[in-house]
Design a protein around this ligand. Structure first.
Ligand code: PRT
Ligand code: ZN
Length: 292
């Protein structure tokens, strides 16, 4: 199999935390491609797109240099590599923070207590920029892995590392005191590629599909029955979306209402709806949402 140079190219992580969710998100927008261990690239059967499987650290540079048009990689890696790429869309997975953490039994309470101290990290560039911004002088010790054990080895006084559940910090008796960067997987693009009308058009097609998927994942479809007189109040509660679908029911003075509710306000909305007299509230996941 060979590259087709007219095809759009996207780089995703080959193995690791972002590998499976990246493949999943591409499959969920209808792309049909093969994947198995050891494979370096796969052409899509139903879209002019070739997928390259790479180490995540290499993805920003490949995209910057135009080897691929697009990439899916953590914002933390993009920022650390300071790659000249366009950060198009966050993709809702690989969520973590790059955080400064200190030994639980230390006297450090804020990042300002780390003046002239040693901070171990795999993200020296991002950390340096952060410390400069805060006007803190500290020594950055660059470590490529297992940063969390450096304080107990007296290699460092504090660390700056990725945190998701926080259990690694806990096991190592560390506690976070400052968030340096909030990160998640991003779709990134080569700036020149976006200026090419054909490639830009293909990228936009992919983005519309991805956004349809993301919006669906971030929303729920809600159906309920309610007394007619509660309708106005319910309309006010249902946030931000276009007007809900309202249907009469066989039972007089009752209506069925269908609407889409964003995940982040979901419980808030549910509680308010119940107070209006809405009943039989049914909530279902949405697979895709395409509008406009
Ligand atoms: O081989 P390759 O170079 O491609 O992969 P990698 O080993 O460099 O990266 P990988 O697969 O571990 O992570 C890929 C990306 O996932 C990162 O660049 C982040 O964008 C994202 N991500 C999300 C994380 C985490 N969460 C995370 N928790 N990456 C790493 N971790 C590590 C962290 O470094 C620490 O060791 O997990 C540990 C902490 O986890 P908790 O859950 O105990 O807090
Ligand atoms: Zn890596």
């Amino acid at each position: 199999m060979k590259f087709n140079s007219d095809n759009l190219k996207i780089a995703v992580q080959k193995k690791g935390r972002l590998a499976e969710p990246s493949r999943q998100i591409l499959k969920s927008i209808g792309l049909d491609f093969e994947h198995y261990e050891g494979r370096l690239f796969s052409p899509c059967r139903n879209f002019p797109l070739d997928i390259l499987f790479l180490r995540d650290d290499d993805i920003p540079e490949y995209v910057q240099d135009g080897v691929t048009d697009l990439g899916i990689v953590g914002l933390n890696v993009v920022q650390e590599k300071a790659a000249q790429v366009v950060e198009l869309d966050s993709l809702g997975f690989g969520t973590c923070t790059l955080s400064i953490a200190v030994p639980r039994n230390s006297s450090f309470r804020s990042v300002y207590d780390l003046e002239n101290k040693r901070i171990a990290t795999s993200y020296p560039r991002v950390l340096k920029r952060f410390l400069e911004m805060k006007k803190i002088k500290a020594r950055i010790i660059e470590i490529s892995g297992s940063v969390e054990i450096t304080p107990s080895l007296d290699v460092a006084d504090a660390i700056c590392d990725l945190v998701s559940t926080g259990s690694t910090l806990q096991i190592n008796e560390l506690e976070p005191i400052e968030i340096v960067l909030k990160s998640e997987a991003f779709l990134i693009a080569n700036p020149q590629s976006l200026k090419d009308p054909k490639r830009q058009e293909m990228t936009e097609r992919l983005r519309v599909r991805l956004q349809g998927n993301l919006r669906a994942r971030r929303s729920k479809y809600v159906m309920m029955n309610a007394p007619n007189e509660a309708l106005e109040e319910i309309r006010k509660i249902l946030p931000g979306m276009k007007s809900p679908t309202v249907m009469p029911l066989a039972e007089e003075d009752m209506v069925a209402i269908h609407s889409v509710v964003p995940e982040d306000v979901f419980w808030d909305v549910m509680e308010k709806l119940r107070k209006t007299g809405a009943s039989d509230i049914l909530v279902v996941p949405i697979e895709k949402m395409v509008s406009e």
